[in-house]
Design a protein around this ligand. Structure first.
Ligand SMILES: C[S@@+](CC[C@H](N)C(=O)[O-])C[C@H]1O[C@@H](n2cnc3c(N)ncnc32)[C@H](O)[C@@H]1O
Ligand code: SF4
Length: 460
């Protein structure tokens, strides 16, 4: 597959509009409260009949300080006591969900995200993993993909060693930007020594895959300043980069209002940064996975993409298309069989439901045949940059040209603009279309036309 990237400023400007990130289709906006615990339980029964491996996601929402840009689901508190009741409820949820899933279903993938998972102390982390082992079949031979998001400011010399002993073998570090002025403007002061110390220690302890999160589009960023940040990170050669486009939606995220409008880089600067990022990372030997992600060619994401086996779920790109995903903790979203379900968003409801032995599910959506077919099309495009019509026709018993006649018509201007190639057999996304993959997927999104676009962040 051609893995080059073409950066056409004119095209990007023309196509730059708000759109979903397609970590699911339908997107999380389609989850509704007509979906109840009973629906979720019924889907688990069906999924057990089919069997197959599991992926577990645990949400630890607490953060010690707030980063002004942050759009994650988090609770900012200095009071470490808050972790105690939360953990107690999380353990109840693990026992409850664990009793519903067949115990022979192996956990191929496990992830702790946040917030800040290491807000929990060593003993609490141990309790969480012990309970998970008690109620689910974790792999004990280190072949599972067990990962954790780390804020380097929230770890000490013991943390990484401890996490490795708990069974984690992948690590993702939040950095965002090393420039002191940018760090001050977003209220996240973090040194290089602190960050790279954690990374080196993780490698020494045998963590197999390392990822660094950066954000472009933050206040006071320039091409030069972000280029310096990137150079510093490249020196330690992480296996993967997540370079997120800053989603600035101050009407939704209050703390983003602390960011001075006058400090925001303009659209031209953002595009220049993005171009610089693409050039630098490709020159350094990374491949573009898609949607903000780069990886070394021998990383399993890059391998899966070359083999056409990459997949996308609520945590981003993944190689585990065969797993049912169970979410634990407030706000977490899971996908079991053909339903997406989300847990309640506040601590009180979470506590109350679990105290009554109820699953804390408060909304969800069951995919119909059309959703499943469109989800498959969007997944193929966003993950593998190509689509073979016959595969979709076989799997969903449709004639692609008829079923998607309007969509194929809508792709023609994109073909004329050089974003993609439409043939009798399928769709091939070209180099110029890779940065604009969201726009191509949006054509197949039945719900988008009905939505207010402001609910999504800009594509670039
Ligand atoms: C859930 S956070 C967890 C990481 C950990 N709490 C930390 O800060 O190191 C995951 C990542 O989301 C990204 N992120 C948060 N808010 C964002 C926003 N408004 N726009 C783009 N990316 C964002 C950041 O790169 C962050 O590292
Ligand atoms: S970026 Fe991480 S540490 Fe900062 S507020 Fe968000 S979740 Fe918390």
């Amino acid at each position: 597959m051609d893995q080059s990237l073409v950066f056409d400023l004119d095209l990007i400007n023309r196509y730059d509009k708000a759109g979903p990130r397609y970590t699911s289709y339908p997107t999380a906006l389609e989850l509704h409260d007509g979906f109840t615990e009973a629906h979720y339980r019924a889907e688990i029964v069906k999924s057990n009949a089919l069997g197959g491996p599991l992926s577990l996601y645990f949400h630890i929402p607490f953060c010690d300080t707030v980063c002004f840009y942050c759009a994650c689901n988090k609770i900012v508190t200095k009071n470490r006591q808050h972790a105690e009741p939360y953990l107690a409820n999380l353990l109840k949820e693990i026992a409850l969900q664990g009793s519903l899933f067949d115990s022979n279903r192996v956990v191929n993938q496990l992830h702790w995200g946040g917030g800040t998972p290491t807000f929990l102390n060593a003993q609490q982390m141990q309790q969480l993993m012990d309970a998970t082992r008690q109620h689910f079949s974790l792999k004990e031979d280190d072949t599972g993909e067990y990962s954790i998001e780390i804020d380097p400011r929230e770890t000490n010399s013991e943390t990484i060693k401890h996490l490795r002993s708990l069974g984690f073998n992948r690590i993702s570090l939040g950095v965002q930007d090393f420039d002191p002025a940018v760090q001050k403007a977003v209220n996240r002061l973090q040194t290089e020594a602190q960050t790279f110390g954690v990374l080196e220690q993780a490698r020494a302890e045998g963590f197999r895959s390392t990822n660094i999160d950066l954000i472009y589009g933050l206040p006071l960023q320039t091409v030069e300043s972000f280029s310096k940040t990137l150079d510093k990170v490249l020196q330690v050669s992480p296996d993967r980069f997540s370079i997120f486009n800053y989603a600035h939606m101050p009407s939704r995220f209050k703390t983003q209002r602390q960011i001075n409008d006058a400090d925001m880089p303009n659209a031209k600067v953002k595009l220049d940064i993005l171009q610089m990022v693409g050039q630098k990372l490709l020159a350094a030997g990374y491949v573009y996975i898609g949607m903000d992600h780069f990886a070394k060619p021998d990383d399993e994401l890059a391998i899966a993409q070359r083999e056409g086996k990459l997949y996308r779920n609520f945590q981003g790109y993944s190689t585990h298309s065969d797993c049912d995903l169970i979410g634990f903790g407030i706000t977490s979203i899971g996908r079991v069989g053909d339903v997406y379900s989300q847990n309640v968003k506040d601590l009180e409801s979470y506590e109350q439901l679990l105290s009554q032995q109820k699953l804390p599910v408060f909304k969800g959506v069951a995919l119909d045949d059309d959703d499943k077919c469109r989800a498959a099309v969007i997944t193929q495009l966003i993950c593998n940059f190509q689509l073979t019509f016959s595969q979709i026709e076989r799997a969903y018993a449709i004639r692609f040209a008829e079923y998607f006649s309007l969509e194929l018509e809508a792709l023609k201007p994109m073909q004329a603009d050089g974003l993609l190639n439409l043939t009798e057999e399928g769709i091939e996304v070209l180099s110029a279309g890779r940065f604009l993959i969201r726009n191509i997927c949006m054509v197949f999104d039945k719900y988008l036309a009905q939505k207010h676009q402001q609910q999504f962040s800009k594509v670039i």
